[in-house]
Design a protein around this ligand. Sequence first.
Ligand SMILES: Nc1ncnc2c1ncn2[C@@H]1O[C@H](COP(=O)(O)OP(=O)(O)OP(=O)(O)O)[C@@H](O)[C@H]1O
Length: 507
Amino acid sequence: MGQDLLAELAVGARTSLFIGIASAILAVFIGGLIGVLAGYIGGRFETVVLRIIDIVLTLPFLPLMIVVAVYMGAGIFTLVFVITLVMWAGKARQIRAQTLSIKHTGPVLAAKTMGASHFYIFYKHIIPGVVPIFIPQFVTGVNAAILMESSLSFLGMGDPLTKSWGSILFYANSRSAFLTEAWMWWIIPPGVCIVIVVLAFSLMGYYLEERFNPRLGDYSVREKRKKQLVKTKEHHSSKGVLLSVESLTVAYPKSGDYRSVVDDISFAVKNGEVLGIVGESGSGKSTIATAIIQQLKRPAKESGEIYFEGNLVQHFDDEGLRQMRGKEIGYIAQAAMNALNPVIRIDKQLQEAIRAHYQLSAKVMDERVVEVLQKVGLDEKWRFAYPHELSGGMKQRVIIAMALINKPKLVIADEPTTGLDAIVQVEIVQLLRKLQKELGISMIYISHDLPSVLSVTDRLMIMKEGRKVDEGPSVELSKLSTNPYTRVLIDSIPTLYPKKETVEVSR
Ligand SMILES: Nc1ncnc2c1ncn2[C@@H]1O[C@H](COP(=O)(O)OP(=O)(O)OP(=O)(O)O)[C@@H](O)[C@H]1O
């Protein structure tokens, strides 16, 4: 008795696609709901959910199916049930990760700071951010479910009364089609159908994943960003602004809540300008510096916008940030001289800073090391020394050389004279000013010591308890400011620091 294999193939398509689509919808819905709730609520609930996900992901698929099929009876709905049971956990994990990344973005932080309800945050921020990745999750889910269905049906665990591509293969196998000429008509067509559909869903899934999953580089968002960057660039470049910080707020957890350590700070640094940031210890100066280079420590929450050369740094990917740090922006961290590696020669450490961004020959790198050491007032012979052979002032000069070696456009110097004696402090301050002028770079000079800052900077921003309390051109501010806090700082100026531009750099 003959069999209409083409009709079986067509009916089989309906069953395979139904199982694939139904299982994917259920898995994405259940996984999505659990993932979003775990990511948003966090705490113990998230820990418990993550442990359950781990357990589910380690469940052996085939033995599970056999047990469930024996218990429920083989059939389409058993297949949908088992495939959903296996798939939801992976979806939940990915959607939780996406929820977490949205939960810590500026807009959500700002909404929380404004006292927005959980419903509002969910509805306005979390759901619109998460839903786009449901689409690729669904497509890749259909793909996986069709493969699972085919495998299970081929092993005889599908519905005996319904034809699917997998069950066609099962019957072909049980009637020895692999050993006769029947394989051409009985095995190849359903096999090719499975391959084509799985391949098509895979390709569609990859495309949609790239398009909608921000972690892989969102197409549309990237386009929007490009437009936004161009617009911002035009906006700032016309004013010669290199760095622009707008409404920056940084908060850290404290007593079960988040407390702002930098509160709604805005400022700009123009090309070739030196901005001083002054404030007592703990006023948030270093936090601003680390926010600019996007190296705030977890669990800091940041909101506001930071533009470097008109580009929003919060939108830079890892490579963009890496390029910015050390190449576009040189950073002299607090007490950085103590971070020099004691067992590596100075030249090697400087070359490492070059190698992070450029591929140059050993000879060219050595030339650059010599050049930069001369710039910072160190004889070239010191490049063969180890850090312990240098004095504090010399080590700090090496640190400045390291910040300058890739010719950055902006240098952030965070308390660059910490730990040095008073005379060396003056030398370092004057050296920084001289180099800044010579190289035409911009600089942010951070200090709690107003006198040292006055001699270096064009403009000053005074901070207190995370807020900006005063700002203006250094000379005017020092003479004319009526702000009581600024006046206290001005009145404490000793005479050690000479007036601007009157001291030669001693070497
Ligand atoms: N990782 C962190 N976790 C929690 N709080 C932090 C963290 N880093 C900084 N803070 C807090 O943020 C506030 C600002 O710190 P920041 O280092 O920016 O101040 P600063 O003005 O640079 O002080 P200093 O001159 O002493 O370095 C401080 O109250 C500090 O305790």
